[in-house]
Design a protein around this ligand. Structure first.
Ligand SMILES: NC(=O)c1ccc[n+]([C@@H]2O[C@H](COP(=O)([O-])OP(=O)(O)OC[C@H]3O[C@@H](n4cnc5c(N)ncnc54)[C@H](O)[C@@H]3O)[C@@H](O)[C@H]2O)c1
Length: 456
């Protein structure tokens, strides 16, 4: 047996017997659930993160991600087969290394591959024959083979022969209580057959279904296509909302009825704009790479521009409605909402998660303040807005308690993020005017009795 076949055989064996040791680089929203899943399926797992606070909290079993099952992290730590560390030397001990570091955008809205490059450089320093490295971060098609592979090959080891390399896109959906890391099918791709078989073997061992594709670039494209599909459809449904409203037709009712078609239609819902580290970002990776490859993605680009414009349009709509009802005592035209107090419900970028990355709620808050309003927020996940976020001027703001008395202080309450915890019955009774971007009240059958409801 040649040397690559023997490395391949022994790693297959280690995976089959759950003796392979797994290292996950980056213990964020993606890496931590993945590391826990590898552990839960029987693998000795080490999570490596640069952030000492994250490492300490994980090792103490703290509930650092609210929607993970209570006690799951603590149970993993107690098992003795799961740990977090800042020390990258742990990479040398691992048989399988999974990279889950951020892939944001630069200021110029282009792929920021700094974290992937840095992680690959660290892995390269510890790389040893027989290891399998899998990139999970969302990247442009070609990044694994043209960016990560050359870094890993700076020493004497070669991918597909001395070590193995693949890509498997993350499909984590924070807060989704129907699917989790274990039950979401996993697409796997690699550029050589030995690597592909190992990536497939490993994911088959930890998730219910692995879906092999012919190359790493194909697997990378799968992720960007999934997110671009969402981006375009969200832009479309927000456009439809505005157009149908002008015709006095309720888009929510239309979507509900259209969803009864058993084929060819998939419901998307209007909202206050898109957020998170994923949907607003991945399509930009695809557009950037398309231009580099001599092509273009005008539909995706238009959808991105359209989605980015939603929070400002919503602020303008709220201003128009408020002024039409109550008039404006604004000293300047640029501040038509001077004197108005508005409460935003939900500041996280989506329901039931403690994540404000690229949250449209924060953009809206800034816009309403620019128009002169005094804006407060209520969000059970953010008693206080943290320092060091993307919106530094908002750091330190505190969530307002939801009471009949506090609700009485605002000219309007706007439902932005439809967390499940707040008492919407109370809002329905006490708020003077409600702007509902999520159709919360109608969906839950809550009758608004205190003031007026405007679906925006
Ligand atoms: N959050 C999601 O819902 C989601 C869903 C699908 C895909 N993704 C993709 O998954 C990737 C990771 O996203 P995330 O949301 O988990 O990010 P995150 O910011 O929550 O976590 C990333 C972690 O990596 C750590 N880190 C950064 N560089 C490191 C390094 N060199 N070594 C060790 N640790 C390092 C950070 O300290 C942080 O804890 C991104 O490419 C993202 O686009 C995210």
């Amino acid at each position: 047996m040649n040397i690559e076949a023997s490395h391949h055989q022994s790693l297959r064996q280690l995976i089959a017997t759950r003796k392979a040791r797994v290292a996950v680089v980056g213990l964020g929203y993606v890496g931590l659930p993945l590391a826990l899943t590898a552990h839960d399926e029987g693998f000795d797992t080490t999570g490596i993160d640069l952030d000492p606070e994250r490492v300490n909290k994980v090792n103490q079993g703290d509930q650092v991600i609210s929607y993970l099952a209570p006690g799951r992290i603590a149970r993993a730590v107690d098992s003795g087969r799961f740990r977090a560390t800042q020390d990258s030397a742990a990479l040398a001990e691992a048989d399988i290394v999974l990279i889950c570091v951020p892939t944001p955008l630069t200021e110029a809205q282009e792929p920021d591959m700094r974290y992937v490059t840095a992680a690959a450089e660290t892995i390269a320093r510890h790389l040893r024959p027989g290891q399998l490295v899998v990139l999970e971060s969302s990247v442009w098609p070609g990044a694994t083979s043209t960016l990560v592979r050359p870094i890993l090959e700076t020493g004497a080891l070669r991918a597909g022969a001395d070590f193995f390399l693949g890509f498997s896109p993350e499909r984590e959906d924070p807060g989704n209580d129907k699917f989790d890391t274990h039950t979401i099918p996993k697409v796997v791709g690699a550029d050589d057959p030995l690597s592909l078989q190992l990536v497939e073997d490993f994911y088959r061992a930890i998730v219910t279904q692995a879906v092999p594709v012919s190359s790493a670039a194909t697997a990378e494209a799968v992720k960007l296509v999934e997110n671009s599909f969402r981006t375009v459809n969200i832009a479309l449904v927000n456009e439809l909302k505005t157009a149908l409203e002008a015709m006095d037709v309720d888009v929510w009712e239309v979507i509900q009825a259209a969803s009864t078609k058993p084929f060819g239609f998939m419901p998307f819902y209007p909202g206050p704009g898109i957020g998170g580290a994923c949907i607003p970002v991945s399509p930009a990776y695809l557009s950037w790479r398309a231009i580099e490859a001599g092509s273009a993605t005008p539909i995706i680009d238009l959808a991105r521009t359209s989605n980015d414009a939603v929070p400002a349009a919503l602020a303008a709509r709220i201003a128009t409605e408020l002024i039409a009802r109550n008039g404006s005592s604004a000293p300047a035209e640029s501040q038509p909402l001077a004197g108005y107090k508005i409460l935003l419900m939900g500041i996280a970028y989506k329901r039931d998660v403690e994540d404000t990355r690229r949250s449209p709620a924060l953009v809206l808050l800034g816009e309403l303040e620019r128009l002169g309003a005094e804006v407060d927020y209520h969000d059970p996940y953010f008693p206080r807005l943290p320092e060091g976020g993307e919106f530094p001027t908002l750091a330190g703001r505190q969530s307002v308690a939801l009471t009949a008395e506090s609700l009485g202080r605002y000219e309007a309450v706007a439902i932005i993020t439809d967390h499940s915890a707040p008492d919407y019955d109370l809002i329905a009774r006490e708020a003077a005017l409600i702007f509902d971007t999520r159709n919360v009240f109608e969906k839950a059958g809550i009758k608004v009795t205190g003031g007026r409801l405007v679906k925006v």
